[in-house]
Design a binder for this molecule. Structure first.
Ligand code: G3P
Ligand code: MG
Length: 242
């Protein structure tokens, strides 16, 4: 794990300035000076890992139905916004490597596909970033998925995602040897934060779309935030050229 972590992660590819979870979004994040980008990965009907957030196609594409029921030939012909396609995981990985971006690969299994999705994504992550200077960070809300990533790609750092940090979070982190704790900024409690600080565990919060909230979280010792508002934080990213 590269420490210190970048403070800002472009959320869902390029946030809200570009179509969500697209190559155009990742390019925009890089252009605005972001050094880290988060995106979501699930499987198509053929088991191809693709970059998309929802289990269904309707919200972000002109398709219908579940991603896990849709064959590649249909999936890759869809419009994911502004003429962008749904990216293959391999394409997103290549772009992150090209730009030197730290990729936070969120394993987002459709219900019932936790094991299969984690196996494919972990194996591909290991292969796609083989020998890379900047290693990715795998995360998931699924403890099972993170455990599988630990077994199949132990060299890739892992984070555990929570909507609300549970009382036994440290045991869960230990079980999968996760290095980072990710949670919803709205539910971050000082108790969990103090425990994380005591153990030297970086805390990353989603989704932070105002400077005031970012300021508050950094003031409390949060290490990094995920934002949709790439425009708001671009000036603060280290490579920003104006
Ligand atoms: O990984 C952080 C964040 O992306 C988790 O929420 O629903 O946007 O994937 P979601
Ligand atoms: Mg996500």
């Amino acid at each position: 794990m590269q420490l210190p972590l970048p403070r800002w992660f472009a959320h869902r590819g390029g946030g809200s300035l570009a179509p969500e979870n697209t190559l155009a979004g990742i390019r925009l994040a890089a252009r605005l000076g972001y050094r880290a980008v988060e995106f979501d990965v699930m499987l198509s009907a053929e088991g191809t890992p693709v970059v998309i957030h929802d289990e269904t196609l309707e919200r972000t594409t002109n398709g219908v139905g579940r991603v896990c029921d849709t064959p590649d030939i249909v999936l890759f012909a869809l419009d994911a916004g502004g003429g962008e396609r749904i990216p293959r995981f391999a394409e997103a990985a290549a772009l992150c490597r090209e730009y030197g971006l730290l990729a936070n690969v969120e394993i987002k299994p459709a219900a019932g596909y936790e094991r299969q999705t984690a196996e494919v994504v972990a194996r591909q992550t290991s292969a796609l970033w083989h020998g890379a200077a900047v290693m990715p960070l795998i995360s998931s809300f699924s403890l099972e998925a993170v455990a599988i990533a630990r077994n199949l790609a132990p060299e890739i750092p892992r984070g555990l995602l929570f909507e609300r940090v549970p009382a036994d979070w440290q045991q869960e982190m230990q079980r999968v040897q996760a290095l980072t704790l990710h949670c919803n900024a709205r539910h971050l409690e000082d108790g969990a934060l103090a425990e994380a600080h005591a153990k030297g565990i970086p805390v990353l919060c989603y989704t932070v779309n105002t400077p005031e909230q970012a300021q508050d979280l950094f003031g409390r010792g949060v290490s990094a935030v995920f934002t949709d508002r790439l425009d708001l934080f671009a000036a603060e990213t280290s490579a920003y050229k104006g």
